[in-house]
Design a protein around this ligand. Sequence first.
Ligand code: NI
Length: 176
Amino acid sequence: MTVRRVLKMGEPLLGQVAAPVLRFDAELEALVRDMDETMRSLNGAGIAAPQIGVSLRVVIFEVADNPRYPHVSPVPYTVLVNPELTPLGEEQAEGWEGCLSVPGLRGLVPRHTRLRYRGVDLHGAPIDRTVEGFHARVVQHEVDHLDGILYPQRVRDMRDFGFEDALGTRMTPMPD
Ligand code: NI
């Protein structure tokens, strides 16, 4: 396992549409281990393969019970490969997001409140979940990475985008 360098906004690979995973092999396992170690080393809530320079449709996420974010419900550790998202209903909510590829900044981003996501796990076994709230937000943020979209592109009003240490009390802190 290796902590890999996280690509930063501006690097072209982060803007690419990632390719589907076709082989569930040792190479995929090694990729997920590196993503896992990299995410944990930076206390991230999730990471997508393109963020460590691999343009494949793989994301991982986990939000443990964290006293720093008492308003955020835990999200189980998930390896999600070749995901498909289906929003449920029209409702959207705004929330503050950060990203390991956009260090030090936060922005207010609208996301679908409820959605169904499908895909497969590391071994190709199906995943099919209906989720809401922060879980739904994390999945939308991570899957956006697979389509070359970073959250600042979804901020509606650039006055709601800035440095974490400058936003202060305007911002409800969320895990990255
Ligand atoms: Ni991100």
